[in-house]
Structures are given as C-alpha cells and as structure tokens.
Ligand binder design. Structure first.
Ligand code: AMP
Length: 292
C-alpha cells in the first residue's frame, strides 16, 4: 500500500479530495475524524494537518503528500516536488504597518523601511529568519500560531511575514506588502526519488500523471457547435483546440459539427463569436481528465 498524506482540514483539504475523486481515487471517509481511508488502486490516504505533511513524508510515515509549498519550504526537509497542482496559490510576504495617516510606511514597497532589530511576527519562523538573514538584516522573530495581521496593532511586532492571496486582509488591517518570501501552491511531494523503492517510484509517477490529467482539465471546457460550412475557416481561428478542432460532417446539411477544447476563461467570448458566425447547437461541457 502506498501512503499519501493529505490535509485533514483547512483551505486545501476540499480541493485536494475533489481532484483525487476526479482522478478515480475517491476518498470516502465516514467521519471527519477518520485518520486514514483506502482510496483504491493501492493507495491509502492519511489525514493530517497541512503543516505536518512534510514531516510525515520526510520521516517515511507516508510515501508522498499533497500540501502547500509554503509548508514544505518552512519544514526545511529534503523533499522532491513531483507535481504542481496549480491551486491554493498564495504568497508568503513581508508586510509593514501603514503610517498613522494611512499611507504606506516610509520607503514603501521595500524592506529598507524595516528598522534594524524590528520584531517580525509570523507562523513561518524558519523562512522569515532566513529571508532577513540572507539580506543582512537583524530582526527579532516572534513565532505566533495564527492571525499575524493583528500583531502590529497589538504592539507584538512591527512587521509580519504571512500568507496572502488577494492581499485584501493586509489592506483591511492597514498593512503594506514590501517583499515576497516564497510563492506557493499545492504540490505533490515525496522523499527524493533516488531514495524510493522502484515500485513506489512507479506508483507515484502514475499518481502524478493521473492528478495532472485532472488539474489540466479543470480550467478547460469541451465545446461543440454546428458551424455553417462557409464559416469554417473563420471558426477554425476561434477554436484552436489541442491539435486544431475536430470537424465532422452533418449529413444532408450545409453544417459541420466542430468539437474543440477551449480555455474556460475564453468560453464566454468564443460562444458569442460562434453565434455571430451563424453557428447553432453550441454545447459546452466540463472535462474530467485531459491527457494532452
Ligand atoms: P490553512 O487553511 O490555513 O491550514 O492553510 C493551508 C494551506 O493553504 C497553506 O499552507 C497554504 O499553502 C494554503 N493557503 C493559505 N492561505 C491561503 C490563501 N490566502 N490563499 C490560498 N491558499 C492559501
């Protein structure tokens, strides 16, 4: 059995389960407190905190894990990234308190605004310490367990190092981002490949392949339309698909059926453009897996 450590709760948990489900590795747990679940095809899921997953994998309690890259970097453990799943995108940033007049601090958008010896509140003490050390800046790290954004207001710290995605939490709390420490997203990680038994390496390769086919499909749609034959050339430019659109004769008509894969974000405009070219029967569906 290949053991995969997965986040038991938090921001990544639900999407990770949905992706595995689509990959044919449906995670069925009877209660929120179940620690393990068989997910088929020789895999067992171990549910632990996202922050603990790197340790589980590095110590051999699990063969692989899916967690945020920020957690992997903070752990400082030697792990290999097998796949970037592309969701859970966020940045670990350094942020400082705005001046009392609401403007960003002096020397905004630069760590030059941070005084020597400043107190830095963070749930990422290792990464924060290394960041300032690499820049020759002496700071005092204040490890906390959550809600870093309130620390400057409580007088606990002058600076924070925290995760952001849109940056709105920082703004609401009167903080300005001045540097990025690490860019993160959900990743599949294992011990270094060279240390894996061949059958484990093979199973993890297959797992990475199955998951990548799901994440590749998530932002793509399958589009079908009946296109007037005379408009085919114009429509071809609208629908590049994976290798150009598939075109099928619709017998006894002046239409051809065109099938193509299109990015989710272009569906709205493409559909309108197809309609303007006289297309009919336009159908857009989700794709479960996509192997280019
Ligand atoms: P949490 O839900 O706080 O346990 O965070 C679990 C993981 O989700 C973090 O380690 C990050 O990889 C990711 N994450 C945290 N905050 C964000 C955010 N604001 N946007 C996207 N992903 C995030």
């Amino acid at each position: 059995m290949i053991k995969i450590a997965l986040p038991n709760k938090g921001r990544l948990a639900e999407t990770v389960r949905a992706v595995l489900d689509d990959a044919g590795l449906g995670v069925r747990v009877d209660s929120d407190r179940a620690l393990t679940a068989s997910i088929g095809e020789g895999f067992v899921a171990l549910f632990v905190r996202a922050q603990d997953i790197p340790e589980f994998v590095a110590d051999g309690a699990a063969h692989a894990g899916i967690t945020g890259w920020d957690c992997v970097a903070e752990s400082g453990r030697d792990l290999e990234m097998l796949l970037d799943l592309g969701f859970g995108r966020c940045r670990l940033v350094v942020a400082i308190k705005n001046r009392d007049d609401g403007e960003a601090g002096a020397g905004a958008a630069s760590i030059d605004a941070i005084a020597e010896g400043a107190r830095v509140a963070t749930t990422f003490p290792r990464l924060a310490a290394k960041f300032f050390e690499d820049r020759g800046k002496t700071v005092q790290i204040v490890p906390i367990s959550g809600a870093a954004e309130v620390a400057p207001h409580l007088g606990i710290a002058d600076v924070i190092v925290d995760l952001v995605s849109t940056g709105s939490t920082l703004r609401v709390n009167g903080l300005t981002e001045v540097a990025t420490v690490v860019e993160s997203s959900a990743r599949l990680v294992s011990a270094p490949r060279t240390s894996l038994a061949p059958e484990v390496a093979r199973a993890l390769n297959e797992l990475a392949f199955a998951i990548s086919s799901v994440v590749n499909a998530r932002h793509q749609r399958y589009l079908m339309a009946n296109v007037p034959r005379h408009a085919l050339e114009a429509v071809r430019d609208l629908l590049p698909g994976l290798r150009g659109p598939t075109v099928v004769d619709v017998l006894g008509t002046d239409f051809v059926a065109v099938h193509a894969v299109v990015p989710e974000k272009s569906v709205y405009k493409t559909t309108l453009a197809l309609k303007a070219h006289g297309c009919e029967g336009i159908l857009v569906t989700r794709i479960e897996r996509l192997v280019p």
